[in-house]
Write a protein that binds this ligand. Structure first.
Ligand SMILES: [Mg+2]
Length: 219
């Protein structure tokens, strides 16, 4: 059995384990269509999606007077959540998580998704038992993924050098750098490989390629 290079893996959820790119585009296109704004396709979405998401919303053409950010983002989240069990896991997600677990490494989720909804969706896929901690945003405790990540790393009691964060956007890389942990990026979610490569962290085409590179092979 491969000795784990990292003692703990911190996973992003949306776009990294959950394959919700096309679902997300579809939900946003319904909002855009209601306002007769230009629709998104993968290429345009990959070019404009950003953090903070307020910047991304600005690029979509919403009228800031008729449609302030808070109103549009609430409408998006409500519509996203209405059919939230539709998007599947990425093909190699479950096997990769199991393979990581088999090496003895521990795993957690760090997500900007609402904490209670995150717990519910992870349970929906039967994955809850694979994670030591599942941390989603909860306005009572944290206002950003960085603050939530600091809290998580403190709870892990593992040296940052022994932690790897896996995400699908440049924001995940920013968070990893703030936390002082290594980062691997998978270009199968919300940012395209060209944008991810500019960050300087290792970029993989999908979870299977990530798992092979790090020695996490399915049993
Ligand atoms: Mg993500």
């Amino acid at each position: 059995m491969t000795r784990p290079r990292y003692r703990h893996l911190i996973w992003d959820w949306n776009g990294t384990l959950l394959d919700d790119l096309d679902y997300t585009i579809g939900v946003m296109n319904a909002l855009l269509a209601r306002r007769r704004l230009p629709l998104l396709h993968r290429e345009r979405y990959h070019a404009v999606f950003d953090f903070p998401v307020r910047t991304y919303y600005g690029r979509l053409g919403f009228d800031p007077l008729a449609d302030p950010f808070e109103k549009v983002s609430t409408e998006f989240i409500t519509d996203y959540d209405a059919r939230r069990t539709e998007p599947p896991l990425h093909a190699a997600a479950a096997s990769t998580l199991a393979a990581v677990r088999a090496t003895g490494a521990r795993q957690s989720i760090l997500s900007a998704y609402r904490h209670e909804t995150l717990l519910e969706i992870v349970a929906h896929f039967g994955l809850t038992g694979l994670f030591d901690h599942i941390a989603g945003l909860d306005n009572h405790h944290a206002h950003s993924k960085v603050a939530l990540g600091r809290d998580l790393v403190a709870r892990l009691a593992v040296a940052p050098a022994d932690i790897l964060l896996i995400g699908d956007t440049l924001h995940d890389l920013e968070v990893a750098r703030e936390l002082g942990v290594d980062c691997a990026l998978v270009a199968a979610g919300h940012h395209p490989a060209e944008r991810l490569r500019a960050g300087g962290a290792p970029v993989f085409s999908d979870l299977g390629a990530f798992a092979s590179a790090y020695g996490f092979r399915p049993a």
